[in-house]
Design a protein around this ligand. Structure first.
Ligand SMILES: Cc1ncc(COP(=O)(O)O)c(C=O)c1O
Length: 362
């Protein structure tokens, strides 16, 4: 099948080397070579988060499993938490917290609006809260929250800071050690440019100690980080069979992140995002998010009412580019364009030309 330019907000096009890894013969998860490969993956994952001081987990499961692992590690029934509900995935964090019996307070924002750190600080002052949950980039609205300032507010208030970095890690600055968050997680399928299905979780040393003290009070089986810790300490240990090929592919993708260098990767994402946003605005189409809070990994575009399906079809059929539509009520009036992973400047420009040429009316 001819390769299409995948510009949905995840998954993304895989490099040739990653695809080659996926087609290797099956090996067992207890194979010493696999264990060695996985140990290297953990070190590379640390680098992708800039997590030198904390503890690193990688296991099979999508970003949502990372969300569950984070909530199960943080709350016990009745705990009061603050969720910054800046979109679809903020809402999912609210729902998961409720599943685990937390008393959830939400700080909402208008569609496509960011969370304001001052408002967060004020809300936290009315606590006590056990934890604050923030989505770095909400893929539903395409807003990028000022993560470092928000985490600072949580730390000042003595509240656990939990960051959903699914749509940012590897593409937008998220420096785990410097930021001082307690836990951050990412998915494999976005800016890290691996196939979907692996979750990467960074936790601070202090948070790990709290977790170890909690032991039996973590109310989940598969998403219990403590159960996974044995595997991270010694990858030959069995807890649940990892998706072997996926883990090997993630290893290769993370090597490519490392080869490029995180700073260079962030700056490539910044520059491609600018090319794409400028190109879209050049067609008089409106971006969903206000300047200053637009993500460098995904862009939301308002279309004429009802026109999103036609533009999506035109991009797909006439230009070989796949983009996504808005979620829920925005399904026919919003497009979401992913621009992360291995996307080159040439591909960013190709998208801009295709978007300009695409049919804009329903
Ligand atoms: C910000 C964010 N958080 C969480 C998720 C959930 O990840 P998954 O779909 O891999 O379960 C996504 C998925 O797009 C996401 O964008």
């Amino acid at each position: 099948m001819e390769e299409r330019l995948l510009m949905v907000p995840g998954p993304t096009n895989l490099s040739k080397r990653v695809r080659e890894v996926l087609s290797q013969p099956q090996v067992g998860h207890t194979d010493p070579d696999f264990a060695k490969n996985f140990s290297e993956t953990l070190q590379l994952a640390r680098k992708a988060f800039r997590n030198n001081n904390g503890y690193q987990f990688v296991f099979t499961g999508t970003g949502t499993v990372g969300m569950e692992a984070a909530v199960a590690a943080t709350v016990e029934a009745g705990d009061k938490v603050l969720v910054l509900n800046t979109g679809y995935f903020g809402q999912r964090m609210v729902d998961i917290n409720r599943c685990y019996g937390a008393h959830v307070e939400e700080l909402g924002s208008g569609f496509g609006m960011h969370a304001d750190p001052d408002a967060v600080g004020k809300m936290l002052a009315g606590g006590p809260f056990k934890a604050l949950y923030v989505t770095h980039v909400d893929t539903g609205t395409t807003v990028c929250n000022p993560i470092a300032d928000i985490v600072k507010e949580a730390k000042n208030a003595g509240v656990l800071a939990i960051v959903d970095g699914v749509c940012s890690v590897g593409g937008i600055e998220l420096d785990f050690d410097k930021m001082g968050a307690d836990l951050a997680f990412a998915g494999s399928q976005k800016a890290l440019a691996a196939p979907p299905g692996a979750v990467l979780v960074a936790v601070s040393k202090e948070f790990l100690a709290q977790l170890e003290a909690k032991k039996d009070r973590i109310r989940t089986y598969y998403a219990n980080l403590l159960r996974w810790k044995g595997v991270m300490d010694d990858p030959k240990t069995y807890f649940a069979t990892p998706a072997v090929q996926l883990m090997q592919a993630l290893n290769q993708a993370l090597k490519e992140v490392d080869e490029e260098g995180l700073d260079n990767r962030w700056s490539r994402h910044r520059s491609n995002a600018k090319t794409i946003r400028d190109g879209i605005e050049g067609t008089k189409s409106k971006l969903v998010v206000e300047k200053g809070y637009r993500a460098d990994t995904v862009t939301g575009i308002w279309t004429e009412p009802g026109a999103a399906p036609a533009i999506q079809r035109s991009l797909r059929e006439e230009h070989g580019i796949d983009v996504a539509r808005g979620l829920g009520e925005n399904n026919t009036k919003m497009l979401r364009v992913g621009h992360f992973g291995n996307l080159t400047e040439k591909q960013a420009r190709f998208f801009v030309d295709a978007f300009a040429a695409a049919k804009k009316t329903p």
